[in-house]
Design a protein around this ligand. Structure first.
Ligand code: NAP
Length: 271
């Protein structure tokens, strides 16, 4: 007999995750019978967690956060070749027959606020070369961007990413001057609460450039403040957070999140 469908977010630690707030808001707004929970899963518990949940028909799947995004790829099927591209999974979906499919909704969540733009051939600059940068570069490669400048502390890691995604460009240090890019993305941890600030001189960017910061704690980062002071368009980290969750929500509960409720959700997330 099946009960109320539910999904979870798993990680270690997990208390900080905003996913239950987002999915809970949408479930309530749509009046859907469903639940979205936090599950604290330690690395040594990951395989048994997946094995147990696989047998539960009410479990629709889970979002996956640090430190499980890579390890989980060994435990589920990978029809979209996430392993060979982004290299990390953030969503697992249970099929009605108990099969588990892994995917990554970060790249599409990142790209959603840019979808109206024509980035074909555009010069872009990306700060960072970690897990989030992989999703960003995957999406930008799909969008057909032109010259890519990666600014990162560890240059070798960044060079590897250019090659992985077949992008043309260069790798420079964090103290290099910015190129005149149409889009600047911060996908590093710099500027996050408790981390060093990201100090960039934005003056080389053209007046119609967009500055996108993935960091969402704080929401109004120093980078976004500097961009706004220069009159540049900005995108903050909540857009991607909500975008990646929206895709996962559809996979878990079979419905799109309610339209026109984003401002309410943003207020809830920043309260
Ligand atoms: P990660 O894999 O640990 O990568 C961190 C990146 O930041 C690396 O490029 C690292 O440089 C750089 N970095 C960290 N500390 C640094 C320091 N002290 N000096 C210079 N560079 C430093 O982390 P991630 O998963 O990619 O996450 C990065 C940020 O994106 C976090 O703030 C996270 O919250 C945010 N994020 C947001 C969303 C969203 O939905 N909005 C989604 C995913 C991530 P090295 O390569 O040299 O180590």
């Amino acid at each position: 007999m099946s009960g109320v469908p539910y999904a979870e977010v798993i990680g270690d630690p997990i208390a900080h995750s905003k996913s239950p707030l987002i999915h809970g808001f949408w479930l309530e707004a749509l009046g859907l019978a469903g639940d979205y929970r936090r599950a604290h899963v330690k690395p040594e518990e990951l395989a048994s967690y997946i094995a147990e949940r696989r047998d539960d028909p009410d479990w629709r799947g889970c979002n996956v956060t640090i430190p499980h995004k890579v390890a989980v790829m060994d435990l589920v099927s990978d029809p979209g070749d996430i392993r060979g591209t982004i290299g990390a999974m953030n969503t697992i979906v249970r099929q009605p027959d108990g099969g588990l499919i892994g995917t990554n909704t970060d790249a599409a969540g990142f790209y959603a606020p840019l979808a109206e733009l024509d980035l074909q051939g555009a010069a872009v600059a990306v700060v960072g070369a970690g897990g989030a940068a992989r999703a960003v570069l995957f999406a930008l490669a799909r969008a057909g961007v032109g010259h890519v400048t990666i600014l990162n502390r560890s240059p070798l890691k960044a060079m590897g990413l250019l090659a992985t995604f077949g992008l043309k460009g260069e790798v420079v240090g964090l103290d290099a001057a910015l190129p005149p890019a149409a889009l600047l993305v911060n996908s590093s941890s710099l500027g996050m609460t408790g981390q060093p600030p990201l100090d960039l001189d934005l003056s080389p960017l053209p007046a119609d450039a967009i500055v996108y910061d993935l960091v969402y704690a704080p929401l109004q980062t120093g980078l976004l403040k500097s961009a706004e002071a220069r009159g540049l368009d900005t995108v903050d980290g909540l857009d991607m957070l909500i975008g990646q969750a929206a895709l996962a929500f559809e996979l878990f509960f079979g419905q799109s999140p309610p339209e026109g409720r984003d401002e309410e959700l943003r207020a809830l997330l920043t309260a």
